[in-house]
Design a protein around this ligand. Structure first.
Ligand code: TXA
Ligand code: MG
Length: 339
């Protein structure tokens, strides 16, 4: 398949992409979190195409993107007060809510679950694309399944060129990690995936929120994931990644003693100058926001450099740091080295 690539998200380009979605095609869509692979959420065949292009396991449900709050009432069987409070505070933006699904949502989208994930993105091109398509848009991250999520159009081109109808370049993604996924289909709202909105921010609006244990620890064999995406290996570059947990002095000692061919440090800005091993950085130690913005790109760059082992500095876990740590943990397949 020839993939149309639009170098900028002009109104004309967005119109063509909206037509593609209307007739059941697939579009690489910029959002403020990561690029999505968009299709008409109400068209089961189009949705099946998403799974095929990504190589995504069939039991991993998709997020449905909307441009207008009215669409939430069509997709969800019930809209509790909490959902409205969250929408008021954080939409449009990097928050996905899980609610009981209505009958119009095809089971291909929810992978057979009786809940649906809904998000209203803030990226102007994404909103315009959804508006012009005239339908809710299902979109997982636009990477090949298992690879780091794409934060630039170039990443999408690498993974999806020839497999989808079009890619719309809307610039680098601002947030850089995916949306926060919160389930409102349980008694106490529960974070299934940390992301662009921090647990602290959510609590300020709706009080107590739980954090699903799968956010920070590996599921045991046969354990059922609240969010099916949590059980898959994710965000992995080709290299074996380790999180090295400890202060910089001990980190330096450890990685310098382990150095060898194609071994790289993934550290905070400024630290690379103090290390006697090839290093890439992913933001300042004190800025979780910057680390989130740069992490996935850094993981892809390490692949380009031919890294086979990567020792990552451990991020702080508060605020958006929880999302950064969650993604690194999965990239590292939960391998942590204490120093
Ligand atoms: O920021 C984002 O959320 C991006 C952009 C494109 O919007 N999308 C994204 O989609 O990250 P994806 O498919 O890569 O991740 C969706 C996550 C998966 O972990 C999936 O299992 C979970 O949301 N999910 C979707 N529907 C669910 C449901 N009904 N119940 C529980 N988890 C659900
Ligand atoms: Mg994904």
């Amino acid at each position: 398949m020839k993939t149309l690539i639009f170098d900028s998200a002009t109104e004309d380009a967005i119109k063509i992409c909206a037509d593609i979605i209307k007739r059941g095609g697939l579009v690489g869509m910029p959002t403020e979190t990561v690029y999505g692979l968009a299709a008409n959420a109400l068209d089961s065949e189009a949705v099946a195409g998403i799974f095929k292009a990504k190589g995504r396991p069939q039991d991993n449900p998709l997020i449905v993107h909307i441009a207008n709050i009215d669409e939430l009432y069509e997709l969800a069987a019930e809209v509790p007060e909490t959902a409205l409070k969250l929408a008021e505070a954080f939409w449009p933006g990097p928050l996905t809510m899980i609610l009981p699904k209505s009958d119009i949502v095809p089971r291909e989208v929810t992978a057979g679950l009786d809940t649906v994930a809904v998000r209203m993105p803030s990226h102007s091109a994404a909103r315009r694309l959804i508006e012009l398509s005239g339908v809710p848009v299902a979109a997982p991250s636009a990477n090949s399944s298992g690879l780091p999520s794409p934060t630039t159009a170039q990443h999408v081109i690498r993974d999806m060129n020839g497999k989808i109808d079009a890619i719309l370049n809307g610039g680098d993604c601002d947030v850089g990690v995916e949306s926060t996924v919160i389930s409102l289909a349980c008694k106490t709202p529960r974070i299934l995936r940390p992301g662009g909105i921090s647990p602290e921010d959510l609590s300020e609006v709706i009080g107590k929120v739980d954090i699903d244990p799968a956010v920070l620890s590996e599921l045991k064999k046969d354990e059922v994931a609240a969010s099916p995406g949590m059980k898959y290996k994710h965000y992995s570059p080709k290299a074996k990644v380790y999180i090295v947990h400890g202060n910089f002095e001990n980190y330096k000692k450890y990685v310098e003693s382990a150095k060898g061919e194609n071994k790289f440090a993934l550290c905070f800005d400024g630290e690379e100058k103090l290390l006697n091993i090839p290093a890439l950085t992913y933001g300042h130690a004190g800025s979780s926001r910057e680390q989130a913005h740069r992490l996935f790109n850094a993981l892809r760059e390490l692949d380009d450099l031919g890294a086979d082992t990567v020792y990552a500095r451990s991020p702080a876990m508060s605020g958006m740091g929880l999302a950064v740590y969650n993604r690194l943990l999965r990239a590292a397949a939960f391998d942590i080295i204490e120093v």
